[in-house]
Design a protein around this ligand. Structure first.
Ligand code: ZN
Length: 459
């Protein structure tokens, strides 16, 4: 068994790990590089022999784990993509959306001629995304599936987003069975809606994510904190803009606002969800109730995800009208890291308004406008215009969908024996080294931080 790290080395996007077993080539996750241009450009590097990939095992639907699939198909991949059912359903929404963004980027590049090439092409099209979706094959939780003689795998709940999983691979090594576990993105059990992550008792090799490897998240209850921020901004007549990922964070925010209103902690406020994708994703929560915490299951789910004055904005025209609306309100829109989408129009309209506010509730990667704004930049460039930041910037970390440094160590403590090797990826430099230090010192496990493209033989 050989393992090669083809993405998410020193960054939190582009997750792709190639396994080679008895001549079979299996890719675990197939993510898109996202963020600044230098990182995104890596999506254009030709994938080494895509045709010869036999299968993809997908831990979850986030684009940084799934968004390269249509490109892999474009380059000749025809194998199966294995995932949980909810991951498959989420990908039906997310991959066509990602294709749309790729096509839109190419369109604008051609229009404004900022491309170095004569004609900018999309990384992939809607058609490629549809082709990729036809290759999906959903599997139930926990059930081992033999892919090749001596090679099986299964999905275990990771508690990060709807359908998210750890992928466990069992393979034969000189008549001994070895286990290789991919954490995927690991949750922290503090979601109000999604099922907790499950523990595993043993693994010989572990590929662990390290997004929050250098941080311990604030554990104060975000409900109170969000209530105060909403009261403050609405009370002075402003708009509170919440950039949120369509999957996960948006639903948590809707749940929190509903709770605050139900318990009379805030007065009922107009809440606009300006993200058609998030609206579709919310519908999936109703179909996948086994993914949810017991308290929110049942008929209940629909109501707990609906604030009392809830408006879903669908058409681009209505979105533009909402940007011009100066009434006090909450607007939830995507992209969560301000990398594009309708959120930018809302920010352009409301950042210069000192009554308004922006509330960050999720991870902001290096090089994103989201991180710059969160860190206090007073002027930001949106759609080729400088926009002054007069609005108040808020940020809460306690809504993260990722395990923090303590959660990861605690999760690893449930292993009954030491793994032979832990590989850390899916993290920026500081988190990677901080987590390596903690694992080595507190658990005495052997840790490697693989470089881009680095390959290891599991022996
Ligand atoms: Zn994720």
């Amino acid at each position: 068994m050989k393992i090669q790290f083809l993405g998410a080395n020193g960054v939190v996007t582009g997750s792709k790990t190639l396994l080679t077993y008895n001549g079979h080539r299996i890719l675990v996750d197939c993510g898109l590089f996202q963020g600044p241009k230098e990182i995104r450009d890596q999506n254009w590097a030709p994938f080494p022999d895509a045709k010869s990939i036999d299968a993809v095992i997908l831990t979850h639907a986030h684009i940084d784990h799934s968004g390269f699939l249509p490109r892999l198909v474009k380059e000749g991949f025809r194998g199966r993509v294995y995932s949980t059912e909810a991951t498959q359903d989420l990908c039906k929404i997310m991959l066509p959306d990602s294709a749309y963004l790729q096509e839109e980027d190419a369109f604008f590049a051609n229009k404004t001629k900022y491309s170095h090439h004569d004609l900018a092409l999309p990384l992939y099209t809607h058609e490629d995304a549809e082709k990729a979706l036809k290759l999906f094959y959903a599997l139930p939780w926990q059930k081992w599936t033999e892919l090749y003689p001596g090679f099986s795998f299964r999905f275990i709940r990771a508690g990060h987003i709807l359908g998210s999983s750890l992928a466990q691979i069992s393979f034969q090594k000189e008549n001994e069975t070895k286990i290789l576990t991919f954490s995927g993105d690991l949750g922290n059990g503090r979601s109000f809606i999604i099922h907790e992550p499950e523990y595993i008792s043993e693994t010989d090799y572990l590929v662990m994510e390290a997004t929050y490897g250098d941080r311990v998240q604030d554990k104060t209850n975000p409900i109170e904190e969000i209530g105060e921020i909403i009261q403050k901004v609405i009370g002075r007549g402003g708009t509170l803009i919440i950039p949120a990922f369509a999957v996960g964070r948006t639903q948590e925010i809707l749940y929190i606002i509903h709770q605050l209103e139900k318990n009379g902690r805030i007065s009922k406020v107009p809440v606009y969800l300006d993200s058609p994708m998030a609206q579709n994703v919310t519908q999936l929560y109703l179909h996948h109730q086994d993914e949810l915490k017991t308290e929110v299951k049942g008929d209940h789910v629909f109501s707990v995800l609906n604030p009392y004055q809830f408006h879903e904005v669908t058409s681009p025209d209505d979105s533009m009208l909402l940007c011009m609306n100066t009434d006090p309100k909450v607007v939830i829109s995507a992209a969560g890291m301000l990398t594009g989408g309708r959120i930018l129009h809302h920010l352009k309209a409301k950042l210069p308004d000192e009554k308004s506010g922006v509330l960050f509730v999720g991870y902001q990667a290096q090089g994103t406008k989201g991180l710059l704004l969160k860190n206090g930049l007073r002027q930001i460039r949106i759609h080729h215009q400088n926009v002054d930041v007069e609005a108040e910037i808020f940020s809460i970390e306690s809504l993260s969908a990722h395990a923090d440094s303590n959660d990861i160590i605690d999760w690893m403590r449930h292993l009954r024996r030491k793994p032979n090797q832990v590989y850390l990826n899916h993290g920026e430099t500081n988190p990677l080294f901080a987590l390596k230090y903690r694992i080595e010192n507190e658990l005495q496990f052997q840790v490697t931080i693989p470089g881009p493209g680095q390959e290891f033989i599991l022996d």
